[in-house]
Design a protein around this ligand. Structure first.
Ligand code: AKG
Ligand code: MN
Length: 209
């Protein structure tokens, strides 16, 4: 099996040498005290929803809480769920501005996910909704307990799965052909694990003006 653990480092930014993807990580974009403060505020103030999704003719609860914020008109069809973008609260607007500055990409929506315990998860998928445009850059901020996040190539069986343990305050950027050629997931775990929040900042080109 090929090794994927090749990084190049420029300042605080580490870049993975992944085939067919541009994946970068800032391990400590926010320091632990700031990250903890943001986690508490977002956990208590965001409009978390328990959505349901269609499965085998029934609507079953999604194994996580989620909510969408974004620019006006940036509504999002996500895993068969029509989500309406709520207006940006001040803290999310501030995070967006800082993340746009460091990554050099523009983001118009953010999907917030809350994984309450090890039974919460998101299965293998790519974020390839057409409304995001080709080769979308997606920035993922982790807050709360350390989060296992995995990537695997869609077509190349010779490449091993990449398992990352994302600490609170870390920022992961998935860009280039990542959503065309790779899948990602947050697996369930039987190990005790605390609450985790993930904010995925995304472009959106399909907005009404
Ligand atoms: O929590 C994560 O890091 C992944 C979330 C995700 O893949 C999504 O919201 O599309
Ligand atoms: Mn995703």
């Amino acid at each position: 099996m090929s090794q994927l653990s090749l990084w190049s480092t420029a300042g605080d930014r580490q870049t993975f040498a992944l085939p067919d993807a541009e994946v970068s990580l800032w391990q400590q974009f926010y320091d632990p005290a700031t990250s903890d403060h943001y986690f508490q505020e977002l956990r208590t103030t965001l409009a978390w929803q328990q959505d349901r999704f269609p499965l085998a003719g029934k609507y079953v609860p999604l194994p996580r809480l989620q909510v969408l914020y974004g620019d006006r008109g940036c509504d999002y069809d996500y895993s068969g769920i029509a989500m309406t973008a709520l207006p940006w609260p001040p803290l999310l607007a501030q995070l967006r501005a800082q993340i746009q500055q460091i990554t050099g990409h523009e983001f118009r929506i953010v999907v917030a996910n809350c994984y309450r315990d090890g039974a919460d998860s998101v299965g293998w998928h790519a974020d390839n909704e057409s409304g995001m445009g080709p080769q979308p850059a997606i920035a993922s901020l982790s807050l709360g307990a350390t989060r296992r996040f995995s990537l695997k190539h869609k077509f190349r069986r010779d490449l091993p799965r990449l398992d990352l343990d994302l600490i609170s305050g870390s920022l992961l950027l998935m860009a280039g052909r990542c959503q065309d050629c790779w899948l990602h997931r947050v697996p369930k775990t039987k190990r005790p694990v605390g609450e985790r929040i993930n904010l995925t900042f995304r472009p959106w080109t399909a907005a009404r003006s």
